[in-house]
Design a protein around this ligand. Structure first.
Ligand code: HAM
Length: 437
């Protein structure tokens, strides 16, 4: 049924809010997020990681084969997009690792230059129940080092993630560590685990009873009391590692930077199926039950899962929203600074065109500059300059305009001077207003 324009006027107005689990990032939020991103970029580039930007939309099969058909992400949390031409199912990426790995293969690096270190940042999408720290669109900053089995790389990466949290100001992050074996030793452990849990199968939560057949390893990190009790008696995966996994783990731990706040986590297995050997999570006490601010691990089998050869790899992803919550809990949320720069004010409306030209002149000279667009009084313009965090106010009145000058008021000390406009702009472009003069 269609509505004419007049009928529409009588319909209740829908309220256009973001969908549940999606948030508007206002300029203050975006500034905080950018601060984390810029810190990561500086740190990661210093360590040889290069930025990669795979698409946000991928073939659903990519995640089914890598993250795992029985993982929560694939079973319950994928945002699918119907394809218009039956070209398979598309999804909004729920995580970054499979897309980065696919891009690595696609670019032919495996043949030409097999060791690559990448970082990426951007939105991920998971159809989760929205709650504190859990959104349906959230942001990750991740790194993936592809092509080397070296345990020193695991150590570099675990330390690098920790350095990021330190660099943004967090002091209470701990690193949970475990090794979950490889294709050679894990099948025997899974059988041992099934045998150990058989007697208590009826006591497990419904999800874990289901996991028992499909993905028994995940029962290890279930947080429900009956499952944690059943698991407490079960053998540890660390005791079933093959010789290669054991020596990898030993070398990794020797290489790991001394003094990191490490917690052994013998039940840590992670929710994605591709991991082998080293797995780790960064936790923060300010986050409540789901306290991981980031996580990662080695995934040497992912190449084979995509139908290629075995290509060793290791990486992690930082949860940006989780990191911001942790910063808030430590009282260290970065204050989004003002725009800074110069705010040009006009004494009366007749001076507006000259004020606009002066502002453009400053901008063209590479100086941050703005002015009022609301035709407000001089007093209100001064207040606006203050609210914007300007460092200087440049005042234009009829006298200044006829003399070709501008009156400059520095806000840090209240000092004032009058300069010819050309000289003032050239001075500002050499010494930006936000730098001390
Ligand atoms: P993950 O543990 O699924 O790992 O996610 C990493 C981090 O992203 C979590 O620790 C959490 O802080 C954040 N996160 C996950 N889901 C949400 C959500 N719904 N809302 C807000 N934050 C969330 C991965 O994604 C792997 N790809 C990490 C990796 C990279 N492993 C190897 N390389």
């Amino acid at each position: 049924m269609g509505f004419g324009i007049w009928e529409l006027a009588f319909l209740p107005l829908p309220s256009f809010q973001p969908l549940p689990g999606f948030v508007d990032l206002l300029p203050e939020d975006a500034a905080r997020m950018r601060h984390l991103e810029e810190t990561a970029r500086t740190l990661f580039e210093r360590c040889g990681y290069r930025e990669i930007r795979p698409p946000l939309v991928e073939d659903a099969a990519l995640f089914e084969r890598t993250s795992g058909a029985t993982s929560d992400i694939v079973q319950k949390q994928m945002f699918s997009i119907p394809s218009r031409d039956d070209a398979g199912a598309f999804v909004l990426r729920p995580e970054g690792t499979p897309g980065v790995f696919r891009a690595y293969l696609e670019a032919g690096y495996a043949k030409t230059n097999p060791f690559q270190k990448f970082f990426y940042l951007g939105p991920m999408f998971r159809y989760e129940r929205p709650q504190k720290g859990r959104q349906r669109q959230f942001h990750q900053i991740g790194i993936e080092a592809i092509g080397s089995p070296d345990p020193h790389l695991d150590a570099e990466i675990v330390y690098l993630g920790y350095r990021f949290y330190e660099a943004v100001g967090l002091r209470q992050v701990t690193v949970l560590l475990n090794s979950i074996g490889c294709a050679a030793c894990r099948p025997a452990y899974l059988q041992t685990l099934r045998n150990a849990l058989t007697a208590s199968l009826d006591t497990l939560c419904a999800l874990c009873r289901d996991r028992f057949g499909r993905n028994v390893l995940r029962i290890l990190d279930c947080k429900n009391a009956p499952c944690t009790q059943a698991v407490a008696q079960a053998p540890r995966i660390a005791d079933s590692l093959c010789d290669d996994c054991r020596s990898h783990d030993r070398a990794f731990r020797i290489a790991l930077k001394a003094g990191l706040p490490i917690s052994e986590a013998p039940r840590l297995v992670r929710g994605l199926d591709y991991y082998t050997r080293t797995v780790f999570e960064y936790h923060h006490p300010g986050l409540g039950a789901r306290s991981a601010v980031g996580a990662g691990g080695r995934y040497d089998g992912l190449g084979e899962r995509l139908g290629g050869s075995a290509i060793p790899a290791v990486g992690f992803a930082i949860g940006v929203e989780a990191t911001l919550l942790a910063l808030e809990a430590e009282g260290k949320l970065p204050e989004p600074g003002g725009a800074g720069g110069i705010f040009v004010v006009y004494v009366d409306r007749d001076c507006r065109t000259d004020a606009y030209r002066l502002t453009e002149g400053l901008r063209n000279a590479g100086v941050t500059a703005d002015l009022d667009h609301m035709g407000r009084s001089l007093k209100s313009q001064m207040k606006a300059a203050d609210a914007r965090g300007a460092h200087e106010i440049w005042i234009l009145g009829p006298d200044e305009i006829s003399a070709g000058t501008v009156k400059i008021k520095r806000l840090s000390d209240g000092s004032e001077k009058t300069l010819p406009v050309v000289e003032a702009i050239s001075h500002a472009s050499r010494a930006p207003a936000d730098a001390p003069r």
